[in-house]
Design a protein around this ligand. Structure first.
Ligand code: IMP
Length: 185
């Protein structure tokens, strides 16, 4: 197991900047869902969205519930999503008539979130919105709505704060750029 210092090309977003933006998003969401009457449901897509969800929910002042779902995308290598998304763990909550806010770590091609939106849309939620911490907008292949966006980032492979490299480094409190050559890929 390598130390991240060995392949960290640069720190893209430091912990303080991340936390500040999460607080802003939480305040915005609290305002927008002020009348949701406890009917707001945050859905975290495992596993990358976990640190973001945990920090964000503590900055949301209106009553809400949380749930989790897991998906896996298949068809191409681990670093590219194919959009062929398979549900590997479904929600515990019935989302009919709920105000659903999807909490995602990063939107790259847009294929993953597009499939999830399509799936959840069939379950008749009262509303369905997307909150993404990071947006690699220049990589977009599928048009997707992002109602709350943390940061627009350049086209680079990033890790930390939920984002993994081969399932590790999700615990780091910052977003870093990987030097893939130094990582050995
Ligand atoms: P999309 O379907 O291409 O939008 O890919 C979204 C998913 O790919 C995210 O939920 C992440 O799991 C993964 N992903 C995309 N870019 C990165 C990255 O730079 N680092 C880590 N995971 C990433």
């Amino acid at each position: 197991m390598q130390n991240y210092q060995d392949f960290l090309a640069e720190t893209l977003i430091d912990p303080e900047t991340l936390q500040q933006r999460v607080r802003e998003l939480g305040a915005e969401i609290s305002r927008d869902y002020a009348d949701a009457n406890g009917n707001l449901l945050l859905i975290c897509i495992l596993r990358g969205g976990v640190p973001f969800l945990v920090d964000l929910m503590r900055c949301i002042a209106v009553p809400h519930r949380i749930d989790f779902m897991a998906i896996s995308s298949y068809g191409v290598g681990a670093r590219e999503s194919s959009g062929n998304v398979r549900l590997t763990m479904d929600l515990m909550t019935n989302i009919k008539d709920k105000h659903v806010l999807l909490v995602e770590d990063i939107i790259d091609s847009g294929r993953t979130i597009a499939s999830v939106l399509e799936l959840l849309g069939t379950r008749q939620p009262a509303s369905l919105k997307v909150c993404a911490l990071l947006d690699k907008e220049s990589r977009r292949e599928v048009e997707v709505p992002i109602h709350y966006r943390g940061f627009n980032i350049p086209d680079a492979y990033v890790f930390g704060y939920g984002l993994d490299i081969d399932e590790y480094y999700r615990n780091l409190p910052f977003i870093g750029v990987v030097d893939l050559e130094k990582y050995g890929k």
